[in-house]
Design a protein around this ligand. Structure first.
Ligand code: ADP
Length: 405
């Protein structure tokens, strides 16, 4: 069965086509600058190395979808003879709120429910709905579509983990609570570490660290999320490329008053100008900041010290929350590639019995797409670097729901 996975953002639309008979990706691509003043751009690549790029008008997601269909079907890098080969489509949806506790097939009510959650994720959910509608327009309403939510893996959290210390009425009135994000990635790597350890995840206590441009850390106990670092929005938790992460809430009101900034200007500052970029003044990109730190830039080094310290504090905190810890997973662009981050975080955790094989950890830094255990045989806690694959999880959920139909 061929399954298309779509991740529609406000100005971009990423996609991957899978052959689910062997779970191999056949082609992938990205439409950018949708709705911009000039032309949009599609970049498309096949698994056998062919490429197609084009600049086309993309005033809406619908034209972007047409470009995607052209790339798959008619371009020099075509991979399909007929559109009907696509048997189902899976969509990534950021915010499922308290409505969606698992993936589901799309129908009119599901679209309305996703729309009803737009206030909780204005940019993302609105774009996802545009993506779904463009997909229905291009493929027709006979092709089943499935939605997979970033939040749903976290829906098992108990209230003590998701209620914030503000008047309860805001939870009741506006659904203000911790939702958590990157759930599809945390689900994939927690399943994978159990598989690699040869254990049943129902018997494991795992902390998964998804460290990318956005980062989140999750405690998975007996296969269920009991806590996660991102909150109402992806701003909470550890410092990220440009996001502040958790801070004293007074910092927000204090800076707003001093600088005369509005709520939306503060939101901009905390989401786009803070975190590693804000502290280092160098870049939001971990590679640039690591290079600057190596050249002696003290603020770059400080931003990395803060990052490692905060990751370690979350892991320690979640070990307490779960009353034990069997495995730690590093994933995401930084977690998969930056051996220094993994090493320095693990240094903080020696007291828990964490021991890693440092030369092996460093040597395997460059092997992309490989999952590997970096802890030593006598480490009390297994530590892994695992390449996440959110698209594959979406494709798997899509197949399983379509087969149940
Ligand atoms: P996103 O959160 O947008 O999906 P990624 O998971 O791709 O992003 O992570 C992006 C981050 O990963 C960037 O900060 C980038 O610098 C970092 N990264 C990617 N490759 C490496 C590497 N080889 N060494 C260190 N950091 C890396």
């Amino acid at each position: 069965m061929k399954v298309l996975v779509v991740n529609a953002g406000s100005s971009s639309m990423k996609y991957q086509l899978f052959d689910m008979s062997n779970e191999q990706m056949i082609a992938k691509g990205n439409c950018e600058r949708i709705g911009g003043d000039g032309l949009g751009k599609i970049g498309h690549k096949t698994a056998d190395g062919r490429e197609y790029t084009a600049e086309l008008p993309m005033p809406t997601h619908s034209e972007a979808f047409d470009a995607l269909v052209f790339a798959l079907l008619k371009s020099d890098a075509k991979v399909l003879d007929d559109l009907s080969e696509i048997k189902a489509v899976g969509h990534r949806i950021v915010q499922g709120g308290s409505i969606f506790k698992e993936s589901c097939l799309v129908n009119d009510k599901v679209i309305k429910d996703i729309e009803s959650l737009i206030p909780l994720a204005p940019l993302h959910n609105a774009a996802h709905v545009l993506g779904i509608k463009a997909c229905i327009k291009a493929l027709g309403d006979k092709v089943p579509q499935v939605v997979v939510f970033d939040t749903s893996f976290h829906s098992t959290m108990p209230p003590k983990a998701y209620i914030f210390g503000v008047p309860y009425e805001y939870y009741e009135k506006y659904a203000v609570r911790r939702y958590g994000f990157h759930g599809t990635s945390h689900r994939y790597v927690s399943d994978r570490v159990a598989e690699l350890e040869g254990k049943d995840k129902k018997d494991m206590k795992i902390v998964t660290c998804h460290l990318g441009n956005g980062s989140s850390i999750t405690a998975v106990k007996n296969g269920k999320v009991i806590d996660t670092s991102m909150g109402l929005t992806p701003l909470d938790g550890i410092i990220m490329g440009t996001r502040s992460g958790t801070l004293d809430p007074s910092v927000v009101t204090f800076i707003a008053e001093k600088e005369g900034l509005s709520a939306s200007e503060m939101s901009d500052l905390l989401n786009k100008k803070s975190g590693v970029l804000g502290i280092s003044g160098v870049s939001n990109d971990n590679r640039d900041v690591t290079d600057a730190a190596a050249e002696g830039n003290e603020r770059a080094q400080l931003s990395l010290d803060i990052l490692h310290y905060q990751i370690a504090k979350y892991i320690g905190g979640y070990a307490a929350a779960m009353n034990g810890l069997d495995a730690i997973v590093f994933t995401g662009g930084i977690g998969e590639n930056n051996y220094i981050t993994r090493e320095l975080v693990c240094d903080y955790l020696e007291f828990l019995g964490v021991k890693i094989d440092k030369p092996f950890n460093e040597a395997h830094n460059k092997i992309k797409g490989n999952d590997y255990k970096i802890s030593t045989p006598d480490s009390k806690i297994a530590v892994y670097a695992i390449s996440t694959n959110e698209e594959l999880v979406i494709a798997r959920d899509t197949v399983s729901l379509v087969n149940k139909k």
